[in-house]
Design a protein. Structure first.
Length: 186
């Protein structure tokens, strides 16, 4: 089975616990993530609107680290095809354009209605909820997902969190069901 190439919509990069999990999971080789500068701009803009306590410099540092630590994730050169695409929300065309140029087979998003399957099918791309994506990763390698969550938990120092708290934060902020990962720890 080939490794999924997945474009991460801004909405899945917005919640820090999910963004952290997806970045750490990418480093296991479980999938190849893609994003664009426009996607970065969107998630950062939305975080800033809701979390003015987080500085732009802090969020830009996160952006830079993402681009540095995940090889070939930043998709470029997609802008010219944006006007040729049609989606229910025209503002989402840049996401599909980046997915096409990034040779993605998946768009991970909470906004499934904005990416109708009949529109994506000619490009051999499907839009899926992050929960579905994580469940697929669990089916392929529960161990890789479990190790990813443990690494995420171990990295949290201020304050520290238990594995259960990390799993709960992922479920609460993103709706991603992490029960199979918790069972693997028992």
């Amino acid at each position: 089975m080939s490794v999924a190439v997945a474009l991460l919509d801004a909405c899945v990069l917005y919640p820090a616990p999910l963004r952290d999990f997806l970045m750490r999971l990418a480093t296991t080789g479980s999938y190849k993530p893609r994003w664009s500068a426009m996607i970065h701009d969107e998630w950062i803009r939305n975080v800033r609107a809701n979390r003015p306590d987080l500085s732009l410099a802090y969020l830009e540092r996160t952006r830079t680290l993402m681009d540095l630590h995940v090889k070939d994730a930043l998709v470029e050169g997609y802008e010219t095809i944006i006007p040729t695409l049609s989606l229910p929300d025209a503002d989402d065309r840049h996401i599909l354009a980046a997915a096409i140029v990034g040779q993605c087979d998946t768009i991970i998003t909470f906004n499934l209605k904005d990416f109708p399957q009949e529109t994506l099918a000619p490009y051999r791309i499907e839009a899926i909820h992050p929960d579905v994506f994580v469940m697929r990763c669990i089916e392929v390698s529960l161990d890789a997902v479990h190790r990813t969550v443990l690494r995420q938990q171990q990295a949290l120092k201020n304050p520290t969190k238990t594995l259960e708290e990390v799993l709960s934060a992922l479920e609460r902020t993103s709706g991603v069901r992490m029960a199979p990962v918790q069972l693997a720890d028992e």
